[in-house]
Design a protein around this ligand. Sequence first.
Ligand SMILES: Cc1cc2nc3c(=O)[nH]c(=O)nc-3n(C[C@H](O)[C@H](O)[C@H](O)COP(=O)(O)OP(=O)(O)OC[C@H]3O[C@@H](n4cnc5c(N)ncnc54)[C@H](O)[C@@H]3O)c2cc1C
Length: 157
Amino acid sequence: MRKLQYDQYDVMVIGGGQAALAAAISAKEEGASVALITKGKAGLGGSSVISDSVHSAIFSPGDSPDKFLQDIVEGGRHLSDKKLARALAEECTVRVNELESKFGISLEREKVVITPGHSYPRRVYAGTGLGKNITKPMRDYAMEIELIFMNNLHWLT
Ligand SMILES: Cc1cc2nc3c(=O)[nH]c(=O)nc-3n(C[C@H](O)[C@H](O)[C@H](O)COP(=O)(O)OP(=O)(O)OC[C@H]3O[C@@H](n4cnc5c(N)ncnc54)[C@H](O)[C@@H]3O)c2cc1C
């Protein structure tokens, strides 16, 4: 069994999907030394790769973060964590736009169909509708900025 030096890195991110890649890239760009630890291969495994790649963003006329927040809270029968729901409603558009501007991912915006629970069209998805078209460019970007990948390493708690 491989043993890790905990004090070797400022940040250790466990996972290899879209969440972990985004967190690790962000920490690295803040100046931290970062290791991304994945039981498979970063960007090539987990739910993110096989997802339908649908994200939500505010781009329809009349839509707003407040309206999206209201949809999240009401759709979740007021059970959602308000702080997290607000962060999602307020940051989703910047993050989705960043997939294009920073990672060079080609996205489509659904301008007509309104997904149940939403008040406006908010669907944004990778051209072919596959999550790997998002995780693969993020993985490539992470490699470019020399993020340290530790693949095939199962984190045990
Ligand atoms: C078929 C399908 C379609 C979907 N479509 C959509 C959609 O269109 N829109 C949407 O918003 N959501 C969708 N989802 C849900 C979405 O894919 C997930 O919520 C999202 O991808 C989770 O991302 P993540 O980075 O948190 O986790 P994951 O992408 O699952 O990544 C988890 C990572 O952690 C690693 N890991 C786990 N345990 C350990 C361990 N002990 N040690 C080391 N590494 C470990 C795994 O190898 C993996 O790389 C879909 C899900 C599925 C299955």
